[in-house]
Write a protein that binds this ligand. Structure first.
Ligand code: 5GP
Ligand code: MN
Length: 351
């Protein structure tokens, strides 16, 4: 179904944008393709709005670093990363008179910048596709049925000014990146004809979809590919009667392969390639940060079909997400995380 954004909310958003002098766009921790794409698409669109006051500043602020395989995205180098420059990011958020929030449903998902965002009373516009957004934004465009936040950004920018603003190649490239990554290159959650109608428009706007695929999926380091091999060969445990797979990687193991942000992206999907594996869980150990005594275990959940994993992620691992793709965390050892996983999976998965 084609997603139509409510006219009144679009009109209000338009007014906010027209009046704003300092716009800040934020997106979630560990930015993925949809986070990067939705934030940068809005950035390019706002920067090039024909009627906008030229003194309007537009900035993107993210909580922590994004993977190097997004460096090629137009203007990615202009993104402010809180983890690297907290002061500058705080100033930008404090000064903002309009905050755009993309690809997250709760200020907790933007980690350390969430509190700053909420301390600023400026209007907030949320564009997202996660279930049950918390009540933190003035205008909410939340469509869990959408493939991605980028799909809603596309609707937003093409509906808000009745399509008077041309879709530039930069905007189209950013949007395509999120459509592609949030559907696993159109392998799941991608069966609506409207999606391909959008892609046709993006190709018309000049994107090179083969280039984008190559830039995101074929630029890995040797270490990354070897780490994937090691994880699948040595670390994948299958629980056959539960159609379940678990991969764990300790901080030491990650060090051996000179782990860089993003190097395990997509790894959790790979056990689902096995014919009778329908659930896959991946745990990655992060060394304790100064001031936090325990390591953090970051956990990714994936499943196929009518086998939701988000309740498990939320009730046991303080996370949540989509029915078939969720995340969570545990502060403790990898062993503790595995024990909790083994104790709880019989309750949360369908045999
Ligand atoms: P990933 O495994 O790729 O990190 O996360 C998969 C999906 O789960 C994300 O797109 C996001 O929607 C959701 N997710 C990941 N971590 C969390 C979390 O801590 N809390 C919530 N509510 N959702 C999460
Ligand atoms: Mn998304």
């Amino acid at each position: 179904m084609k997603i139509e954004l409510p006219f009144e909310q679009l009109a209000q958003a338009h007014e906010y944008i027209a009046q704003a002098k300092h716009i800040v766009i934020t997106t979630h921790m560990a930015p993925d393709g949809d986070a990067m794409g939705s934030a940068l698409a809005l950035y390019h669109w706002l920067k090039n709005l024909p009627a906008t006051d030229h003194s309007q500043s537009v900035q993107v602020v993210v909580p922590n670093a994004f993977p190097a395989f997004f460096n090629w995205m137009p203007d990615a180098e202009k993104i402010h990363i809180y983890e690297k420059d907290a002061k500058a990011c705080e100033t930008l958020i404090n000064q903002a008179d309009l905050l755009l929030c993309t690809d997250y449903n709760d200020p907790k998902r933007i980690g350390p910048i969430g509190e700053r965002l909420m301390a600023n009373n400026a209007p907030k516009i949320l564009i997202d596709h996660h279930l049950h957004p918390t009540d933190f934004a003035n205008i909410v465009f939340s469509f869990p049925e959408a493939t991605s936040s980028c799909e809603i950004v596309y609707r937003f920018i093409t509906q808000i000014l009745e399509n008077q603003s041309p879709l530039s190649k930069e905007i189209a490239t950013a949007i395509y990146t999120g459509l592609m990554t949030d559907t696993g290159n159109f392998a799941f959650n991608s069966n609506s004809c409207e999606l391909y109608e959008i892609i046709a428009e993006l190709v018309r706007a000049g994107i090179d979809k083969d280039f984008i695929y190559n830039a995101v999926f074929n630029q890995y380091s040797t270490d990354r590919v070897r780490l994937t091999g090691y994880a699948l060969y040595r670390k994948m445990r299958i629980y056959p009667e539960y159609h379940l797979s678990l991969i764990t990687l300790s901080a030491d193991e990650l060090d051996q392969y000179h782990y860089q942000v993003g190097d395990t992206e997509g790894l959790v999907n790979m056990p689902l390639q096995i014919s009778d594996v329908y659930y896959s869980v991946f745990m990655r150990e992060e060394r304790p940060k100064p001031g936090t005594p325990k390591p953090r275990i970051r956990i990714s959940f994936r499943s196929q079909g009518d086998r939701p994993v988000n309740v498990w992620a939320s009730e046991v691992f303080h996370g949540g997400g989509h029915a078939n793709a969720s995340g969570g965390e545990l502060f403790g050892s990898l062993n503790q995380a595995v024990q909790l996983f083994e104790k709880t999976f019989p309750k949360y998965i369908k045999k």
